[in-house]
Design a protein around this ligand. Structure first.
Ligand SMILES: C[S@@+](CC[C@H](N)C(=O)[O-])C[C@H]1O[C@@H](n2cnc3c(N)ncnc32)[C@H](O)[C@@H]1O
Length: 316
């Protein structure tokens, strides 16, 4: 069956001139055996493919898809395009603040981690963002039906997330519970402070602390997925107050490995100028992670070429 996927204009805003390359990389990661053509027609961008028995939910969940059509001799026919997400798009996109990760690339990273997750299947999948900021990954993960937990060294992240959840749940008249507390001793920097929500029967939690201590901060809980956007060496600082993303990664990877279930997958969004991809991979592999082949570099600015690397924690 010839299927045409309408590429959302949001994709262009996320990846600029390289958007077609990223679309191609995501599609072929999920459907490696299907032929692909990406082209523009009547000012719209399309991906055309030929799939025997398409799974429309999986297609609709690709981060670039705005619509799904069937092409036959008579033209294009709209097909069902329901990604079956809970809550509305505003749950993720309504939260605006400086340093927020783009929503589309965050969705791509979650898709990749889900795709590469080889851990023992459990009914409820869990996701940790060990450098969560104001919680874009946590909010997206929640829409995917995942239990989500985040850690951030900056206690303001908790306020950012709370402001948004409070506003969203009020506007949507959404029943939820909120609790907060403290793991370990109280410190001036807020380490161990957390907020925990229960929204639509799923937990979403954000803890303040150094990601290198994730097992201790999270009572040694292990997750199916780790997804994060690490600092780009330009704005955010690491635990030591310095800007080197590599030192920060080397500092954190042993804890990330320990927080991932055997077989689980970790997707990392990073600036491939700092560190270069092979250096990042080496740091992860030194801890025991296995690297997958996925890569899709895209230029964001003069000093940022963003990419995503995906790793597995081997079963043994
Ligand atoms: C690129 S931002 C993530 C933004 C986030 N995805 C969002 O949309 O809000 C990187 C985050 O990592 C945090 N960070 C840096 N080093 C950390 C560490 N060692 N432990 C915990 N958080 C850290 C920074 O405070 C910053 O919020």
């Amino acid at each position: 069956m010839y299927i045409r996927l309408l590429i959302s204009p949001i994709t262009k805003a996320a990846y600029f001139r390289d958007y077609k390359g990223v679309v191609h990389a995501e599609f072929t990661e999920f459907f490696p055996d299907s032929p692909v053509a990406i082209f523009s027609e009547n000012n719209l961008d399309w991906l055309e493919t030929d799939i025997e028995e398409p799974d429309f939910t999986s297609l609709a969940r690709l981060s670039f898809v705005q619509g799904i059509f069937r092409r036959d001799k008579t033209g294009l026919r709209v097909l069902s395009c329901d990604p079956r997400f809970s809550l509305t798009n505003e749950f993720v996109s309504g939260n605006k603040y400086q340093g927020k990760t783009n929503e589309t690339v965050t969705q791509l990273a979650i898709n990749l981690a889900l795709h590469h997750n080889l851990s023992k299947s459990d009914k409820q999948l869990s996701l940790l963002d060990p450098m969560a900021g104001g919680g874009t990954t946590l909010l997206w993960g929640h829409r995917y039906g995942l239990e989500t937990v985040g850690i951030d060294i900056n206690k303001r992240a908790l306020e950012t997330l709370h402001r948004h959840v409070k506003k969203y749940t009020k506007i949507e008249k959404l029943r939820h519970t909120k609790s907060d507390g403290q793991t370990g001793h109280f410190t001036k920097k807020g380490v161990g402070k957390f907020i925990l929500y229960e929204i639509s029967d799923k937990k979403l939690k954000l803890v303040c602390g150094d990601s290198a201590h994730s097992p201790k901060l999270l009572s040694h809980q292990k997750f199916h997925l780790l997804v994060t956007d690490i600092p780009y060496g330009i704005q955010h600082r690491g635990a030591d107050g310095k800007r080197s993303p590599l030192d920060n990664i080397i500092h954190c990877t042993p804890a990330w490995y320990e927080s991932l279930k055997p077989g689980g997958a970790m997707a990392v969004i990073f600036n491939s100028y700092q560190p270069k991809r092979d250096v990042l991979v080496k740091a992860f592999e030194a801890t025991g992670f296995k690297t997958t082949e996925f890569s899709s570099p895209h230029r964001m600015s003069e000093s940022i070429v963003r990419d995503i690397a995906v790793f597995n924690r081997p079963h043994t």
